[in-house]
Each structure stands twice: as C-alpha cells, then as structure tokens.
Ligand binder design. Structure first.
Ligand code: CP
Length: 332
C-alpha cells in the first residue's frame, strides 16, 4: 500500500477492494483501538460539513482523535512555492509546517480546492503535493482537485445496493449550478466507476465541460483494462437510457478558468440538465446519488432526491466507514 492516500489511482483495484471490505467490517463493528494514542491533523483551506465531522468522529471511533486547523483563521498563512523570497503574506513555508506537524501527529488530512483562476496552475495540486513531499507521516486527500474519500464512499454504496458493479451503466451528468464548481468529485466519480468495471457515460452540456485529459485518460485506461467503455455525450436521452446509476455533479468548464463571466451565459442555457423524474424514467430503475452539499431543485428535483432511488445519505454515511478503513491502513 502507498504511504499516503492522495488518489485512488495510486492503488490497484484489489487494494481498493480490500479497503472497501474493511470499511464494511467497520460499519458492522465501529469501535476499535487502531488509532489509540494517535492523532490526525485535519487542515481545511475550505469549508466542510461531512468531511470534517466524519474524520473527527472516525478517528475517535478508532480510539484516536483529531485536531482541526483552519488556515483562514488561527493558523499562519503558508507559502507553497519552493525557493521563493518570502516577502508576501505567508509567515511560514509548508516545508516547516509539514515537518513540525509530523512531530506532533500521526497523519495529516488536507482539503485545498483549486483557486479557479488558472487551471494549468490548479492541476498541479500544489498544496497536497507539498504536504505529501515534506510530511514525515501519511497524508490524506480530503478533496483537492480529486476527492478520493468520496470515490470510496460511492463505490461502497453502489456495492451495497447492487453487488458487483462490472458491466453496470454509470452516468455522470453535469448539472446546472449558479456558480462554477470544482471538478474534483466529477474527476473522482469518473475514475472510480471505470476502475470498478462499470460502463461509464459522461453527459456534458457542451464539449467544453469534458474533464481534464489526465482524468479522462486514467478512466479510459481502466475501461480498457476491464473490457468496458467510457463515452462522452451531450445527448440527454442517449445518456439516461438503460442507466443503472445516475451521479449528478456540477462543475466549471476548464477552458473558462479565470474568465467565468464568459462561461456564465453558457451554463445558464443548460438549467434543463437537472435530474428529474422524466429523465429517470428512461433509466433501468437507476440509483441516483450526489456527494452533497446539493442545491435542491437546481441539480436534482425534490421528487427524485426524496425517492427510494436516492442513495446520497448512504454515500454520506459511508464516508465515515471508508475513511476509518483508510486511516487504519495508513497507521498499520
Ligand atoms: N462531500 C463532501 O466532501 O462534503 P463536505 O464538503 O461537507 O465535506
């Protein structure tokens, strides 16, 4: 197993399955002593409800505890570029912060969203990679430009409801949102569904909403390895027809990073990409989910979200169980 949990693509499919199996055991027997006397530092550069709570509760259920740090309040501003003359706002370099934290804690979780100005810069995942490089203890990605913990919870939830995922049709649909959002969950959903042997369809309003080539290529590689498919369409009927899973997410178009006022009129034309009963009727009795938080009746209608087809609450719960499996694998 890798030292850090940064991306699921660092793990083989059997390694991912072993973590999922362990998460299932932890769901049945939640309390252990795997983290007894151990601490995880949770560094949130961005807001959170689920991630913050589930890591904190998960660490306690394993006998350890969490320290939550928020760089925006109560922590020194950090510099991430190597070799710079530090004359800006940052008082401390990540090389010191990561090494010092490593003397206090046993794991470090990082949430650091893109800055949404320059995708070429954001796609370097600078903050996560810097902590991973300088930390002497395992680092966990709590969502940066991917969201591997969400991937694990999604896979666990689908396996709970459907059993083996091979050959099932997974539709990742872009949905409208008034603001451009991170592509992390979309990148992650695409990769984990392909990795677990599903036939994946990416439904986008225009070609400009296709995800970064890095993640398209990884997902395509998994599809080839598994003898499955990865397809992209702008046709709602084609995507939904025969689907077994509909996964809803909104994201900003990569070509418009830093020029969001130009993207807005494009996204405003596609409010009809909402997941609703008419579209779900085209599926093969599909499950529907979302990582949350979610704007009701913008991304998914109340009728669909509050129906038995929706497994989003299970997915949110399973964040707790998969993260406990990840934490105990990293300290073992
Ligand atoms: N899905 C998820 O990561 O939720 P939070 O942003 O609330 O942590």
């Amino acid at each position: 197993m890798p030292k850090h949990f940064l991306n699921t693509y660092d793990y083989s499919r059997p390694e991912i399955q072993a973590l999922l199996d362990d998460a299932r055991r932890l769901k049945e027997s939640p309390y252990t002593k795997d983290l007894e006397g151990k601490t995880i530092a949770l560094i949130f550069f961005n807001n959170s409800l689920r991630t913050r709570t589930s890591f904190d509760v998960g660490a306690r259920q394993l006998g350890g505890h969490a320290v939550v740090l928020s760089p925006s309040s109560g922590m020194w501003a950090l510099e991430f570029e190597p070799g710079v003359e530090m004359l800006g706002d940052a008082e401390e370099h990540v090389s010191e912060a990561a090494r010092v934290l490593s003397r206090y804690v046993d794991m470090i979780g990082i949430r650091a969203f893109p800055k949404f100005q320059d995708w070429e810069q954001d796609r370097k995942d600078t903050i996560l990679q810097a902590f991973a490089a300088y930390s002497e203890v395992p680092v966990v990605n709590m969502e940066t430009i991917t969201h591997p913990c969400q991937e694990m919870a999604l896979a666990m939830t689908l396996q709970e409801h459907m059993g083996a995922l091979d050959g099932k049709k997974f539709v990742l649909t872009w949905t409208y949102h008034p603001r451009p959002l991170n592509t992390a969950v979309a990148n992650s959903a695409l990769m984990i569904a392909s990795k677990m042997g599903m036939d994946v369809t990416l439904l986008v309003p225009t070609e400009e909403y296709v995800l970064d080539e890095r993640y398209m290529s990884i997902a395509d590689g998994y599809a080839n390895e598994n003898g499955r498919s990865l397809s992209v369409t702008t046709d709602i009927e084609e995507a939904y027809t025969g689907a077994n899973v509909v996964y809803a997410k909104s994201w900003g178009a990569l070509p418009y990073f830093g020029r969001w006022e130009e993207e807005k009129p494009i996204r405003d034309r596609f409010r009809h990409f909402i997941v609703d009963s008419q579209k779900m009727a085209m599926t093969d009795g599909a499950l529907v989910s979302h990582c949350l938080p979610m704007r009701r009746n913008v991304k998914i209608t109340d009728e669909v979200f509050d129906s038995p087809a929706c497994v989003a609450y299970d997915e949110a719960e399973n964040r707790l169980h998969v993260q406990k499996a990840i934490m105990r694998s990293l300290v073992s």
